[in-house]
Design a protein around this ligand. Structure first.
Ligand SMILES: *Cc1c(COP(=O)(O)O)cnc(C)c1O
Length: 849
């Protein structure tokens, strides 16, 4: 049996440790333990060792980071700004070591110091500044932008509390605050010297020249914290800048008494609440004022920063007298990650008109040429529509600007479609009053009008935007609409998370695939090489064993490592249809009960994901799954044919552990509801086969690998639409399908919660009476397809061949491809142009400027 250290040494993609470098790492580590942590080996805790190691690795970033930013300053390439309310980064230490290429060296150094590097890596908190796919996409984009040498910046918020920690107690979800900064964050650098003012509330007055003045505002400061974003072994280090709210210093205020003073200091917290916590909602709009404050806080600080950087550049006014804003769109591209930062559009106009003195029309032209907008969902409940009253109170000047933009836009529509008032109503940025007399601002409409490009995130999704959601806008602005199919970074999602698979791939085709994923095509040559298929199988089995051990050690859950690992991990949402999967689990259970001698492929079904704390049905679905698990896992008749496990607190670091062990990936959303999905791509890259609907990027995955390598079932978008138009009634399906009827009656009768038979009646009712996502309509074909999956799994040679074809077909789904397309077709920058030399390492003194 190999020790962990020996096993890691055998993974050759990690490189070979250099004796001299090992010695330097050990010295640096001991220096940090002594000077930064102020500890010796007698009293140091594992967390001290983690921080000493993080500081040691960070040192290797510093020169590269400074040099990259110097290079941008001196060469002044067009800058790309990725604005997002979420960056779901996960852990940084191991990713940094990988991208810098120091893994093997650090491994050896820590081994020689008698420390367990894997134990230390586990101490790092995930940076959970995101909910799910949208936030993780932003993180994968940062990795690819740095790897492609694009002069890019991520701009977001430094939430003091990220996505909540999920606990499962008695089968229910409980939430705990994610106090991720408690022990400090070794990857961030505060930059108080670049703090910027942000204003809220107040009123608008016209000055004597008729210009609008936003006055009497409440002032808040935005403090930037910078995190380095290293490219893959190219010496590029970009910046992720996250803003934190700081109350202003009322240094000139006179306090009437001590009580006022103390109260004033305490009230600082209220202001600083702006960046206290990430809103834990995925794919749904919550119209809270604090959320709008967060959005404006991000864009107000970011746009000041962007304009400051533009002005200090050659094209700005570094040497000139007057700022030439005409060239702003040639030097600046701003990408909006969904409509969340869309208040940036009126904010840029405000800055150009009210502060820089440009005309409205000039400002508008610059704005449209600068912004691009990515849409992430078709679900109507997720589209942001802010009440006018809320914006009027918080951002009165922005409301004025929005009205002016809308006026001009409505004139355009009227000119093109004279007399078509219904079309004007449908397209207006300002919606008509609803039943409560509330007018709303449609932020997606604002984005489409205020951007030069709008894109969907998978081919199907982009087509549906044009044909349905934004049909009117597509007719008016066909040239603005594009598709940019999402991706994932192969560094984190294969090289880092599945080193044994990465290694066997390298043995066959070399390591070019790490930065050119289409190279994996070369693996198709080995599709009928039974030796290689056996190797793929062995790697998967090892990964499954590791997960089984992890679940046993950490959660006391015992699973059968030779069973089919069927994994469904993602946010809990009705449209993602975890419920459909649960119905399959119950179907298998009912089959076993009906025939205890049934021979079947043993399965372990792993569910994981967080429900938004206020999402009742999502929480009920978790309780259903855990209740079914209780019954199934403790029924002696079932034995190890079937196991159901709910993975507590699914997050980026858990995804990295779990996904490499999947045999089967569940991607079963109702066709037309999942914009893209990126979890689907992670499984494919790791040789997990997909059972899925023709939704989101599943469509393109099937195209790339061929339908014979994926398990497709269910209605197409057209069929879903047709059924909806015809009038969908779940009861027709329930009455026609006895196995489905049985399950729904079990739910209604409290079969899985015998102590509280009514507990899950909402779930049963939702299926029978409000089956919005057509679970019942897809049930029969899903079960059929799952039976095909089981049958296929019995032929391990065939299964492994399919797994290989999956891996070999993932080229398209690298964010390197996605980002190259954004760069060329939206941002107007050419990827891969800069090449930076390695700095001289191990020097004790910094390079001279
Ligand atoms: C990739 C990822 C997601 C997105 O998964 P989907 O299946 O595309 O919804 C969500 N959460 C985490 C932690 C992820 O890594």
């Amino acid at each position: 049996m190999l020790t962990d250290h020996e096993r890691r040494k055998q993974i050759s993609v990690r490189g070979i440790a250099q004796v001299e470098n090992v010695s330097n790492i050990k010295k640096a580590f001991n220096r940090h333990l002594h000077f930064s942590l102020i500890k010796d080996r007698n009293v140091a805790t594992p967390r001290d060792y983690y921080f000493a190691l993080a500081n040691t690795v960070r040192d290797h970033l510093v020169s590269r980071w400074i040099r990259t930013q110097q290079y941008y300053y001196e060469n002044d390439p067009k800058r790309v700004y990725y604005l997002s309310l979420e960056f779901y980064m996960g852990r940084t230490l191991s990713n940094t070591m990988m991208n810098l290429g120091v893994q093997a060296t650090v491994d050896e150094a820590l081994y020689q110091l008698g420390l367990d590097i894997e134990e230390l890596q586990e101490i790092e908190e995930d940076a959970g500044l995101g909910n799910g796919g949208l936030g993780r996409l932003a993180a994968c984009f940062l990795d690819s932008m740095a790897t492609l040498g694009i002069a890019a910046y991520g701009y977001g918020l430094r939430y003091e509390y990220g996505i909540f920690k999920q606990l499962i107690k008695d089968g229910w979800q409980l939430e705990e605050p994610d106090d991720w900064l408690r022990f400090g964050n070794p990857w961030e650098k505060a930059r108080p010297e670049y703090m910027l003012p942000v204003n809220f509330y107040g009123k608008v007055e016209q000055d004597k020249d008729g210009k609008s003045q936003w006055t009497n505002t409440h002032l808040v400061f935005a403090m930037p914290y910078d995190t380095p974003v290293p490219g893959y072994r190219n010496n590029v280090v970009n910046t992720l800048r996250l803003w934190s709210a700081k109350a202003e210093n009322h240094f000139r205020l006179k306090f009437f008494n001590d009580g006022d003073y103390v109260q004033a200091v305490m009230d600082r917290n209220l202001t600083e609440n702006i960046t206290r916590v990430l809103y834990p909602n995925d794919n749904v709009f919550i119209g809270k004022e604090l959320r709008l404050k967060q959005q404006y806080f991000l864009v107000a600080a970011t746009l000041q920063d962007i304009i400051r950087r533009f002005k200090s550049s050659r094209y700005g006014c570094r040497d000139a007298i007057r700022v030439e804003f005409d060239s702003f769109p040639d030097k600046v591209a701003i990408q909006l990650n969904d409509t969340h930062p869309s208040i940036g559009i009126p904010e840029l106009i405000r800055l150009l008109v009210d502060v820089e003195g440009l005309s409205f029309d000039k400002a508008w032209d610059i704005c449209v040429r600068t912004f691009a907008y990515t849409n992430h969902t078709l679900l109507p409940e997720a589209l942001e529509r802010w009440p006018v009253s809320l914006i009027e109170n918080l951002l009165p000047r922005h409301l004025e600007i929005i009205y002016e933009v809308n006026q001009k836009f409505m004139d355009t529509v009227a000119a093109k479609y004279p007399g078509d008032f219904d079309r004007m109503r449908r397209m207006s940025i300002v919606e008509e009053a609803d039943d409560h007399g509330e007018k709303r601002i449609n932020m997606a409409h604002l984005c489409i009008v205020g951007s030069h490009t709008i894109n969907g995130v998978a081919a199907l999704h982009s087509a549906l935007l044009k044909s349905n959601t934004f049909k009117d806008f597509f007719e008016l602005y066909p040239h603005k609409f594009q598709n940019k199919t999402n991706g994932i970074t192969p560094r984190r999602w294969l090289l880092l998370s599945n080193p044994s698979l990465a290694d066997v791939i390298c043995e066959k085709i070399g390591d070019d695939w790490i930065t050119d994923l289409s190279q994996l095509q070369k693996l198709k040559e080995f599709a009928d090489n039974s030796g290689f298929l056996e190797t793929i199988r062995r790697v998967k089995q090892e990964n499954k064993l590791r997960v089984a051990t992890y679940l046993s050690d950490e959660y006391n859950v015992e699973i059968n490592p030779s069973s089919l690992f069927d994994i469904h991990v993602k946010r809990i949402h009705e449209y993602k249809r975890q419920l459909l999967n649960a119905l399959h689990v119950i179907t298998l259970y009912n089959r076993i009960k009906a025939d205890p001698n049934l021979q079947m492929v043993p399965r372990t079904i792993l569910f994981g994901g967080k429900a938004a704390p206020g999402y009742h049905m999502a929480k009920q679905i978790i309780k259903l799954i855990t209740s079914v698990g209780q019954i199934v896992n403790n029924d002696p008749i079932v034995g190890d044919k079937l196991k159901v496990v709910y993975l507590e607190n699914y997050r980026v670091s858990m995804a990295e552990k779990i996904i490499p062990a999947a045999d089967l990936s569940e991607q079963i959303s109702t066709a037309g509801t999942e914009a893209s999905g990126t979890g689907n791509m992670k499984f494919m890259l790791n040789g997990g086969l997909t059972i899925g609907t023709l939704d989101g990027a599943n469509v393109e995955m099937a195209e790339e690998m061929g339908n014979e390598n994926i398990f497709i079932f269910g209605m197409t978008v057209e069929e879903v639409e047709a059924l909806g138009n015809k009038g969908y009634n779940a009861e027709t399906f329930i009455n026609r399908i006895p196995t489905l009827k049985q399950i729904i009656e079990q739910l209604e009768g409290g079969f899985f919660t015998p102590d509280q038979p009514d507990l899950l009646k909402d779930v049963a009712n939702s299926l029978r009476y409000h089956d919005r996502f057509m679970v019942c309509a897809d049930f029969e074909d899903y079960i059929r397809c799952q039976d095909v999956v089981a049958k296929t799994y019995e032929d391990q040679q065939k299964w492994s061949r399919m797994a290989l074809m999956n891996i070999a077909s993932t080229g398209k789904f690298s964010t390197d491809r996605t980002i190259s397309e954004y760069a060329r077709e939206i941002w107007g920058v050419e990827p891969g142009e800069i090449k930076l030399a390695a700095p001289y390492e191990n020097s004790e003194t910094p390079e001279s400027p």
